[in-house]
Write a protein that binds this ligand. Structure first.
Ligand code: AMP
Length: 397
């Protein structure tokens, strides 16, 4: 049984259902250029409409300071109607008389999209009066925006306390995937943490060493750990001021019984550019004018070998500068090996946060892992072990 209230528990027929969705889609010249986020909210909209609820969508768009036509959700209503195959009524505000009238005029199963919640400062402030104004137009609240759940805003958290609140289908899928990743995983669990810098991932590493059996560290941040072990990393990206912190993380890992795996070899180059002249060397043999730009073949093979010994993988951050060939090799090789094991049913693999989604897509495995989270900041905060206010408000008593 899931720990959260879901659509299955929700009274929907004849109800005014306020649904928080993520429609923060990329847009150019008033046209939506990538409809992935729109696609993701369709099942929840359809499920509520089929059960006879009035679907009243709430979303933020961009970072407006007050009302601002450039951040209107109006063009998104057009794209949404197209994807849904059903009219979507756009209302030029998210609170007030106009919304009340439009909702009263709607029939059960109709879909409305209200204007950008962030046109009101009360949204990000989680202002009580603004929450009341939003809640006035609904009987039930459904949150389907995991990506905004790390923020305690009026439209994500405040409303969940003002109305009976439930997780939408994409929120539920995300929560189920995350639970299978770290909260309640099949063991042993491996985490891969790569990317540029240790400094952005201290909380994440601190949480993971307590939760996983094996922690593979890759990317630029591995250089700081190598330096902490006394390895000369030449001109590589390295936060020398954090070597003591890296040592502390190693100590914590040892105390928690978590094995840290660092690269034993690397692809090095003198220039940070695609197709730069490069060579594979043991990590102790990096010349003073060389940079580590990817994990080497021995390190990559070692990670792939270890995949067979674990049942669950949680992955954030690439092994190298994957935007620049051939320094994408380790990331792509490991991603493909992961996808094969997921397909064979021997591994549960959850990836997400920042550049990880584009790294997985670059490797051609975006649809082949158990779950790839596009949630960014919310995914990282979950990896850090922090409670997400928008999610906590949906927890069963
Ligand atoms: P993050 O957003 O922290 O996950 O970092 C992702 C970025 O780290 C990507 O843009 C990579 O190019 C970069 N990166 C990964 N490994 C290295 C490396 N060894 N040197 C420089 N940049 C790297």
């Amino acid at each position: 049984m899931t720990a959260f209230r879901t659509l299955e528990d929700a009274p929907l027929a004849g109800k005014r259902v306020l649904v928080r969705v993520d429609l923060n889609v990329p847009m150019e010249a008033g046209k939506v250029t990538d409809a992935t986020r729109i696609e993701r909210v369709l099942p929840t909209i359809r499920a509520i409409a089929e059960k006879g609820g009035k679907v009243i969508l709430l979303a933020h768009f961009g970072r407006p300071k007050g009302r601002d036509a450039a951040n209107s959700l109006k063009p998104v209503a057009v794209a949404l109607a197209h994807a849904l195959g059903q009219p979507v009524t756009f209302v030029g505000d998210c609170i007030g008389e106009d919304v009340a009238k439009a909702v009263a005029a709607a029939r059960d199963g109709d879909v409305l999209l209200l204007e950008n919640t962030r046109f009101h400062a009360g949204d990000e402030k989680n202002d009580e009066a603004f929450v009341r104004d939003l809640a006035a137009n609904g009987d039930v609240f459904v949150n389907d925006a995991f990506s905004a759940a790390h923020r305690a805003h009026a439209s994500t958290e405040g409303l969940a306390h003002a109305l009976p609140a439930y997780a939408g289908l994409s929120m539920q899928a995300e929560l189920d995937a995350l639970s299978a990743g770290l909260d309640n995983p099949a063991r042993p669990v491996m985490a891969i943490v790569g990317g540029a810098k240790v400094s952005t991932k201290l909380d994440l590493l601190g949480n993971l060493v307590r939760k996983v059996e094996v922690l593979v560290i890759g990317g630029g941040m591995a250089n700081t750990f190598l330096a902490a072990r006394g390895v000369d990393v030449g001109k590589s990206l390295c936060e020398h001021d954090l070597v003591a912190t890296a040592r502390e993380i190693e100590e914590k890992a040892k105390a928690a019984g978590c094995e840290i795996v660092l690269p034993v070899d690397a692809l090095v180059a003198r220039e940070f550019k695609a197709h730069a002249a490069h060579r594979a060397v043991a990590v102790g043999e990096v010349a003073s004018d060389e940079m580590i730009l990817d994990a080497g073949p021995r390190s990559t093979a070692e990670v792939v070998r270890r995949l067979d010994a674990v049942k669950t993988l949680v992955w954030n951050g690439p092994f190298g500068a994957f935007e620049l060939a051939p320094f994408d090799t380790a990331t792509v090789t490991v991603a493909k090996a992961v996808a094969e094991r997921v397909k064979a049913g021997q591994l549960v693999a959850i990836a997400g946060g920042g550049d990880t989604v584009s790294a997985m897509n670059h490797a051609g495995v975006g649809d082949d892992l158990t779950y790839v989270s596009t949630a960014g900041g919310a995914f990282l905060e979950w990896m850090e072990g922090k409670p997400l206010p928008g999610v906590e408000a949906l927890r069963k008593a």
